[in-house]
Design a protein around this ligand. Structure first.
Ligand code: NAD
Length: 286
């Protein structure tokens, strides 16, 4: 199954990163969001980031222009009729993802693959709203996509071997290493990572340590590149909360209960780097 033309839904942190890396390795990418203006903003952001790579001498201006030429802002999903693979990277909401998959199923040509970048929602449940569950798969990129080497691949109960092989091959073409996870809440990475982040928020909530002390403690004490609260700000606190809720409801186990302080930050609109404030204040950093 050859994949040359892809569609990406969601031009946020993840969708833009996926589109950037895919266009860099030569794929043609249609990028869609809630409207064309948002998709265009997503493409402009990618081109700006590529410009910084040119300044650092990691990319030539000609290469940047060639990559930009392969990034096509879409007028919604209607532009996805000719793609070989659509990757959904819209917000972490099951209802939203199901609506997008039902729509993509109606628009994408028969035989086109449909992947989701969900952090935690069951692939089998998303696939069930389509007429092609054997062609639906989880393709979980890490943030920031151009930097992080892993793609966690999740097969739904009906995903075919050919779909898995095609998506694994594409991830490798994009320079990534893959791991295979069963379709259980949180898969591998977030099943292990999110309870640690949630527990760091509990430690803050209970006054066990300050934001800085929790982060420095975990960074230097357990040899992680950044502390868990810094990482939560990178991921987005809304995304962290949504994943904890999926773990909690999906397993029925109270050990996954989201920390009330995490919920309160999200209620306040303090979503991390993307909103300018989370556990840290980014408003002065632009
Ligand atoms: P984000 O908030 O940066 O971007 C989400 C984008 O989806 C926004 O641009 C929004 O306008 C768009 N969107 C919302 N409704 C839409 C619709 N109906 N049609 C088209 N676009 C729509 O979020 P993100 O961090 O990029 O996360 C996107 C997905 O990737 C989520 O499923 C998340 O769980 C997953 N993910 C996130 C991370 C992370 O570290 N942030 C890592 C791996 C996976």
């Amino acid at each position: 199954m050859s994949i040359e033309r892809i569609g990406v839904v969601g031009a946020g942190q993840m969708g833009a990163g996926i589109a950037q890396v895919a266009a860099t390795v030569g794929l043609t990418v249609r990028l869609a969001d809630v409207d064309r203006a948002t998709a265009e903003k997503g493409v402009a952001g990618i081109v700006k980031r590529l410009g910084r790579e040119v300044e650092k001498g990691r990319l030539t201006a000609e290469e940047r222009d060639a990559i930009a030429g392969r990034l096509l802002p879409a007028d919604g999903l209607a532009d996805f009729a000719d793609v070989d693979l659509a990757i959904e990277a819209a917000s972490e909401s099951e209802g939203l993802k199901k609506r997008i998959f039902a729509e993509m199923d109606g628009i994408c040509r028969p035989g086109a693959l449909l992947a989701t970048n969900t952090s935690s929602i069951p692939i089998t449940r998303i696939a069930a709203v389509t007429s092609r569950p054997e062609l639906v798969i989880g393709m979980h990129f890490m943030n920031p996509v151009p930097v992080m080497k892993l793609v966690e691949i999740i097969r739904g109960i009906a995903t075919s071997d050919a779909t898995y092989a095609a998506v694994k091959g594409l991830a490798e073409r994009m320079g990534k290493t893959t791991v295979l996870a069963r379709d259980m809440p949180g898969f591998i990475v977030n099943r292990v990572l999110m309870p640690m982040i949630n527990e760091a928020v509990v430690a803050l909530y209970e006054g066990i340590g300050s934001v800085e002390d929790i982060d420095v403690g975990m960074k230097l004490g357990t040899n992680q590149p950044m502390g868990p609260l810094t990482l939560a700000d990178f991921i987005g606190l809304d995304t962290c909360l949504a994943i904890m809720e999926v773990l909690h409801t999906g397993t029925g186990d109270s050990k996954y209960r989201p920390c009330p302080l995490l919920r309160q930050y999200v209620d306040a609109g303090w979503l991390g780097r993307k909103s300018g404030r989370g556990f840290y204040d980014y408003s002065a950093k632009g």
